[in-house]
Design a protein around this ligand. Structure first.
Ligand SMILES: Cc1cc2nc3c(=O)[nH]c(=O)nc-3n(C[C@H](O)[C@H](O)[C@H](O)COP(=O)(O)OP(=O)(O)OC[C@H]3O[C@@H](n4cnc5c(N)ncnc54)[C@H](O)[C@@H]3O)c2cc1C
Ligand code: SF4
Ligand code: SF4
Ligand code: SF4
Length: 377
């Protein structure tokens, strides 16, 4: 499987560079032929090259959400992510296939799809839910883990793409999970990385059906990939069976963990759980004690691309999940699609989830509107 390609702009060893020159040349020639066929057929004649377009419209405007859809979908491995500048950059020649433009949620033409008419978006059911599995690291009620466990145990999917974390550095890392018991190691919210899509192209090659969890920007990218007629997008889209979206007010760049560590005077390996809620970051330490930091003290570490974000509830997901609107120990669940409802019902019927009514919908709308106001939308 391709290694995660997060690296800084001065890195010299992009994984693709490890391929032999011959195989790279052949791959490049094949891709050029594909591109020519597409160009002849579709007569696409962009004014700028795709990468110039992305650079001008997204990267240089600090609008990149960091979702990595463009990196994963690129058939030429042309892109890697610059953690310092919070956007991708070019590492290998581009073959102008346009897949990155099709999948980028921050391209203005794509962004039109997400203009907020309402915070909640389309839905079928809104309920509280909690996992019946016992685990101390669920972020809220563990309903997201319960849904994924049901999908894996009932063999509705081959694998789930989730966000794990290195318990020493607290660094989040996308992980593919094939057994429900391995979901235990990947529970909880990771506030510094929304790169869940980075490995999806490689995973899609081997899997028949995938469930993934993502922040609204990643969910938007999957929505675009599902809609695109691009052949590289289609190869991924046909494998994604369930998309679980997390509510998201804001996320942080890589400097967050060291800043939190500095502010509370504790090394990252003492952290047990981080929870962002009601204007505060609560850090539970391994000894059970808590430290609290006002979010305004962390404002300088928010990802620049989050400042233009209009989606709070992941409106393009099959099922959305968040903490706001439900009682402590429960997860708020918004079921949006027929497929999402199928999974939600199976998870309840098979005993993975306990479900209750009584979500405070107004609280969700209020938080979503606050996000829009904060971002000047
Ligand atoms: C950056 C961020 C901001 C959030 N902001 C809000 C908010 O403002 N208001 C609100 O109500 N809820 C917010 N949430 C959602 C909330 O924190 C919980 O994730 C949600 O309620 C689900 O809880 P749970 O107990 O069911 O999840 P769990 O059962 O603990 O499972 C969480 C799942 O999410 C995956 N995951 C964690 N972080 C990421 C990530 N960054 N990208 C992709 N997958 C991930 C985990 O791998 C796991 O599979 C946010 C989440 C994130 C990641
Ligand atoms: S996805 Fe296609 S257009 Fe975009 S960088 Fe890769 S090869 Fe170029
Ligand atoms: S928003 Fe996502 S797809 Fe668009 S440039 Fe940034 S990482 Fe790539
Ligand atoms: S605020 Fe928006 S751009 Fe930032 S991580 Fe959340 S969904 Fe993505």
């Amino acid at each position: 499987m391709k290694r995660i390609t997060e690296r800084t702009a001065d890195s010299k060893t992009h994984p693709s560079m490890e391929k032999s020159a011959l195989s790279q040349n052949l791959a490049h020639q094949n891709l050029m032929q594909i591109h020519l066929r597409r160009s002849e057929k579709d007569k696409i004649e962009p004014v700028l090259s795709p990468l110039e377009e992305l650079k001008k419209t997204v990267w240089n405007k600090s609008a990149c959400s960091g979702c990595r859809a463009c990196i994963s979908i690129c058939p030429a491995d042309a892109l890697a992510y610059d953690l310092g500048r919070n956007h991708p950059y070019q590492v290998l020649p581009c073959v102008d296939c346009m897949a990155c433009l099709d999948s980028c949620p921050r391209m203005p033409a794509n962004n039109q799809n997400f203009i907020p008419s309402q915070v909640l978006g389309h839905y079928k059911v809104i309920q509280n839910a909690r996992s019946k599995m016992k685990h101390k690291h669920f972020q809220n009620g563990g309903a997201v883990t319960g849904l994924l466990a049901a999908a894996l145990e009932e063999e509705l999917i081959d694998c789930a793409l989730v966000m794990a974390r290195d318990s020493w550095s607290q660094e989040p890392q996308p992980r593919v999970v094939y057994n429900a018991k391995d979901l235990d190691k990947c529970t909880g919210s990771k506030y510094t990385n929304n790169a869940i899509l980075e490995p999806i192209n490689d995973i899609a090659k081997g899997a028949r059906s995938i469930a993934l969890v993502g922040t609204p920007c990643s969910v938007q990218a999957v929505g675009l990939i599902r809609k695109s007629s691009n052949e590289f997008a289609a190869k991924i889209a046909q494998k994604v069976r369930f998309v679980v979206g997390l509510f998201c007010f804001e996320a942080y760049d890589n400097s967050l963990i060291s800043e939190v560590s500095r502010l509370i005077g504790m090394p990252p390996w003492r952290f047990d759980k981080m929870n962002m809620s009601e204007g505060k970051m609560d850090i539970r330490l391994r000894d059970g004690s808590h430290r609290v930091i006002p979010l305004q003290d962390l404002a300088g570490h928010a990802k620049p691309g989050c400042k233009g974000c209009a989606d709070f509830t992941a409106k393009l997901s099959d099922i959305s999940a968040g903490s706001i609107g439900s009682a402590p120990g429960m997860t708020t669940i918004i079921v949006r699609t027929v497929e999402g409802l199928g999974l939600f019902n199976i998870a309840e019927e098979m005993g993975f989830l306990e479900v209750a009514d009584g979500v405070n919908v107004e609280a969700i709308k209020k938080a979503g509107q606050l996000k829009l106001a904060k971002n000047g939308i």
